[in-house]
Design a binder for this molecule. Sequence first.
Ligand code: NAD
Length: 249
Amino acid sequence: MELLKGKTAMVTGGTRGIGYAVVKVYLENGAKVALCGSRQETVDKALEKLKGENPEYPVIGLCPDLLNPEEVGKAVATVKDTFGSLDIMVNNAGVSARDSIYDYKAEDFAKTMNLNVDAVFNCAQAAARVMKEQGGGVILNTSSMVSIYGQPSGVAYPASKFAVNGLTKSLARELGKDNIRVNAVAPGVTRTDMVAALPEAMIKPLIATIPLGRVGEPEDVANAFLFLASDLASYVTGEILSVDGAART
Ligand code: NAD
């Protein structure tokens, strides 16, 4: 079934990990996709990989500075000019850190907040302007399990994801009248590069705390993004959907 036939999506942090899996499942479901990354080189690599799977995939790569509202606006305009609309905006790019509060540098705290919160605001704003004009759309944000429970170090990361939930719930209320749905997906531990690099000795005790007995795959998370982007979720807005195997750490 092609759940996103005729729709256009823009996915930040689409070059690897969760974002790449979202791009892939969206293309498999008939969407046209603009994937964004922080460097041209990684964007090109992701495009090459996708075209290797299906040379016909309607996918382009962009590299806007997500902290610059003007660049984000231009990127959104490029997507609209290329594909004719912007129906789904996925704000997925994010960074995390584990610094202790005693050593945390203010500029490092700001760096995490800038990408994880300010960039989400910039992209949501640019997308909402276009979506309002075209009669509706869907904005999706990547939150995290730590947005519900916090985490015992690296306070900027959970603080930023609490803010993502706040943006999600508030924008859902503000944009409902313009037929724009806003939701977030809150992944648990997901097997992206970061997690795959962890030694077995760290992974085993981690898995023991997860009722489903395994870490999540990027595809598990991407399928939640597929549901929320599709018309199957036409009456779902302001939700933070956990995809974490019921982990409570
Ligand atoms: P990843 O590190 O594999 O990918 C991060 C993506 O963000 C990359 O595509 C990268 O290009 C992009 N990015 C990084 N810095 C950027 C910048 N300054 N400007 C623009 N783009 C930038 O990460 P991932 O694990 O796939 O994480 C994706 C999202 O999922 C993040 O928001 C993360 O917080 C969230 N998340 C991940 C996990 C997990 O266990 N992997 C769990 C919960 C939430």
